[in-house]
Write a protein of this length. Structure first.
Length: 137
């Protein structure tokens, strides 16, 4: 499998995953009682990490590879978008997930998680659209 196709597959996987998370999973968090979200959330985060982390690592490695092999403004911009998803994930989303686990009343964190996740949703959508447009060029 060539790297262009692998990049498209990883980007498509993240696109599908983030839209499912944004439209189905995170909004469902708002319907849980505080006791039930604590029970479910710990299980959810460990299970979803097994899916998300390899995809994010793969995407980071692929876009880093393209940047270092072909030092261009386009590849730099794409790598910066990918790095932005990492920054938002680890500086916004992960702390909110920790708040859901640790706070006595996590509703505000759950609402903020739904709202701020639109940024990652938009970024992974843009990455896929750009990759589709440029596939095979």
């Amino acid at each position: 499998m060539d790297l262009e196709l692998l990049k498209l597959l990883v980007d498509t996987s993240l696109f599908i995953l983030i839209w499912m998370v944004q439209r189905v999973i995170y909004p469902s968090f708002l319907y849980f009682s505080e006791i039930d979200i604590k029970k479910w959330h710990a299980s959810y985060t460990s299970k979803i990490t097994i899916i998300v982390l390899p995809l994010m690592l793969g995407q980071l490695l692929l876009y880093s590879w393209y940047f270092f092999v072909d030092l261009s403004l386009f590849n730099m911009a794409m790598l910066l978008i990918v790095l932005s998803t990492w920054g938002i994930t680890f500086f916004v989303s992960v702390p909110l997930h920790q708040d859901i686990d640790n706070l006595k009343d996590s509703l505000a964190s759950r609402l903020k998680l739904v709202k701020t996740n639109w940024i990652r949703t938009a970024l992974w959508t843009v990455i896929l659209i750009i990759n589709i447009i440029n596939y095979g060029k």
